[in-house]
Design a binder for this molecule. Sequence first.
Ligand code: SF4
Length: 471
Amino acid sequence: MRKAALHNLGCKVNAYETEAMGQLLKEAGYEIVPFEEKADVYVINTCSVTNIADRKSRQMLHRARKRNPDAVVVAAGCYVQVAADSLQKDGAADILIGNNRKKDLAVILEEYFAGRRKTRRAVETAGQAVGGELPGTPAAAPNAQSCVIDIAKTREYEALSVSATAEHTRAFIKIQDGCNQFCSYCIIPYARGRVRSRGAAEILEEARTLTAAGYREIVVTGIHISSYGTDMPEGERVELIGLLEMLDRVDGLWRLRLGSLEPRIVTEDFVRRIAALRTICPHFHLSLQSGCDATLKRMNRHYTAAEYAAGCALLRKAFDRPAITTDVITGFPGETEEEFEQTVSFLRQIGLYELHVFPYSRREGTRAAAMPDQVEEAVKKERSARLLALNREASSAYRRSFLGEEKEVLMEEKVTADGAEYLAGYTREYVKAAVPWDGRKQGRILRGRLTEMINEELALLTNVSDVADPV
Ligand code: SF4
C-alpha cells in the first residue's frame, strides 16, 4: 500500500480541500501518514495570499523532497495557480495541480505512476485545452506534469466533499469558490477565479452526513460566501440566507457558524431572517480592513465605514451582544497617520470582539503592490501594535461581559492553563470556556455558569449539566 502525506497552508477553504484530497487518496487505497513521516507521495496544498505565503509554500515542497527524494511531490492550489512557471523551473514538485483540478488528484497520480509523464495543460470543461492569460500561468515543461487550467474562464464548481475532519466536534463546509470583488491588495480572484457556487442539494447532503457522523457544529466557509448563489441562473438562484435557512432545518444540527461576511450583505431583511434561525451562532466576522473611507476606496472595497457601522447596529439590535469580529490591514499604501487614526477611532466606536490585524504585505501581481507611497515596515509594525493593544482591551471586556451568566458550551479539546488540565470549548458567541479535565465529556454540550476567568482567554464553567443532544 502506498503512503501519502498531506500538508496544508493558508485558509479554512484550503484546509477543507486538503481534507477532501486526503479522503480521495484514502478511497484510492493510500495509507495517509503524518507529513513528518517518510511517504511515497507528498501533497502540499499551497497558499499565495502574500509573498511570505509563496515562500512558505516553496519551503514545504523542498522539505518534502528532502524527506524522501524518491517520493512524488505534488504541489496543489493557489500558489501553483499563479506561479506555475517559476515552480516548473524550481523543480521542487513532480506534479502541479491548480485549482479546480484537486478533485482529480488520485487519477493524476495513477497516470503518473503508470509512467505517462507528459506535460500538458489541463482540459477545460468541454475537453478543450486553454492557454493562460493570468500572470504566471504555466508554460509547458518537459519533466513535470502540469494540471493547471485557466481558472478565470471556468464557471464550474469543483466537486470536492468531506465526510470527516481532523476536528471532532466542528466541521467546515465549503459552499462556494472564487471571488469577483478584486480588492486591490488581493491575488485571490486570480488564483481562485470567478464566483462558483456549490449546489444547495450537495451542501445539505454533506451537512447531513457530517451531522450523522456526530459533528455538532458546522461552519459555512468559502472564498467569498456573501456571493453565494450570484452565479446561479435566475429562477434557480439560492441566496446565502436561503441556504442558511435550509441548513437550519438539518436534523441533529446543533450550531451553524458563518465564515467571513461582506458588510453589505447585512441588510434588515438578512438580519431578520438570520435571527430567526434555530442554529445560528451570534458570531459574525465582518471584514472591515480599514475604518477610513479614503483607504477603503484605494483598497477597492465596496462599502463605507458608515455602512459597516450600520450593519453592526442591525446585528446588535437583533442579537444580545453578538460577537462581531473583523480583519484590519495596517499600513496599506498611502495610509497616512490621520487615516490610521480614523480607523482607530472607528474601531473604538464600534467596539468589536476580536480584531485580526495584518500589517500590509505586498503581493506582486496586485494593483496595491504597484501603488505609490508604500508605508515603511516600522510604521506598519507600530500601527499593528496599537491595534493589537486595542484588541486585547476589547476582547477582554467582551468575554468578561458574560461572567455570571449561564451559557452552553460545546466541549472540544484538552488545554493546560496555569499547570492544570481542562476540557475547553466555545459558547455560541465563541467565548472559550472550560471545566476541569474530564475526557468523557469531550464532544458533549454542557450548560453551566461562567464564573471567573482562568486566564485572559479562558473562562471557567461551573455547575454544569448535559444539554439534551439533538441527534
Ligand atoms: S473580497 Fe477582496 S480580499 Fe476577499 S477574496 Fe475577494 S478580492 Fe480577496
